[in-house]
Design a protein around this ligand. Structure first.
Ligand SMILES: [Fe+2]
Ligand SMILES: [Fe+2]
Length: 280
């Protein structure tokens, strides 16, 4: 049950890197304020530092006490130990809905579609599938991730739609990182499904030194919710970003349905939103 009828609050964060020394607040306190501030928790990958099942069990114990529905995608670090099925099962047992294409997760009238995504770069400079076989395989991975996202979005019938990624679909939210690594931080191929299907908001992580917000070419807001970036940008706020979505369609005078999203509600954070606080 949402606390304010017609408004669903989504808390989002990625790049927890559980297991990495001195990265972020202690896991016991990371989610302490989620239940009082949000109706859903969305996690954007790199939840563990090495994809070790023991890291997953520690995270699972912390998440089991959160008290609101949890939806997640995994990140590249969660793949490091090649134990993704075991890690996903540990998180599922803790009540986390782990998305990797397939059926979307629906809660409080909002549909969540998610994939990890992949790298390859942005716009006209993106890597193309040409030359060596390994280059074609690399590009194929990004194409396949985009297709999985597109399939999930095509099945969604909810009024509001949220996309979770680990890699960025746009260059705007990786700006602040060294330019040399932009191409490893995301792929424009992930933006294509966001243009073809209606989406209200996108969350991603991976770019720890990127930019808080950007927009797709279709005008959908993309939030980089990497924990390190949030902590630098909003040092006094809880270690997640809260976005409100209104449910309940509103019809304009011309009869068109208006899709409405209210953004960040934390006034303190809003006041600081223009301050990037990027340290690369
Ligand atoms: Fe990360
Ligand atoms: Fe990552």
């Amino acid at each position: 049950m949402v606390k304010t009828p017609g408004v669903v609050r989504i808390a989002a964060v990625g790049d927890i890197h559980l297991g990495r020394a001195a990265h972020g607040p202690p896991i016991q306190t990371l989610f302490a304020q989620v239940a009082e501030r949000a109706d859903v928790l969305a996690l954007c990958g790199d939840l563990t530092d090495r994809g070790d099942p023991e890291e997953g069990r520690q995270l699972g114990r912390a998440l089991a006490a959160v008290g609101v529905p949890i939806v997640a995608v995994l990140g590249n670090h969660d793949h490091e130990s090649s134990k993704v099925p075991e890690l996903s099962r540990i998180l599922s047992d803790a009540g986390v809905q782990v998305l990797d294409g397939g059926d979307a997760f629906e809660v409080h009238g909002i549909g969540f579609a998610g994939v990890k995504g992949f790298a390859g770069g942005f716009g006209r400079r993106a890597l193309g599938p040409w030359g060596e076989e390994c280059i074609k395989l690399f590009v194929r991975e990004a194409v396949d991730e985009a297709l999985k996202l597109e399939t999930s979005l095509s099945k969604l019938r909810t009024e509001r739609r949220v996309v979770l990624l680990h890699y960025s679909p746009i260059v705007g939210t990786v700006e602040g990182e060294p330019r040399e690594i932009y191409a490893y931080l995301g792929s424009s191929r992930l933006e294509e499904p966001l243009i073809r299907y209606p989406v209200d908001v996108v969350f991603h992580g991976h770019a720890h030194h990127g930019t808080l917000e950007g927009k797709t070419v279709g005008g959908v807001t993309v939030f980089n919710v990497s924990l390190a970036l949030l902590q630098r940008s909003f040092p006094d706020a809880p270690p997640f970003r809260v976005i409100e979505l209104r449910t309940g369609q509103e019809r304009r005078e011309d009869g068109q349905i208006e899709r409405r999203m209210d953004r960040q509600t934390d006034r303190r954070a809003e006041a600081q939103a223009g301050r990037r606080g990027v340290e690369s």
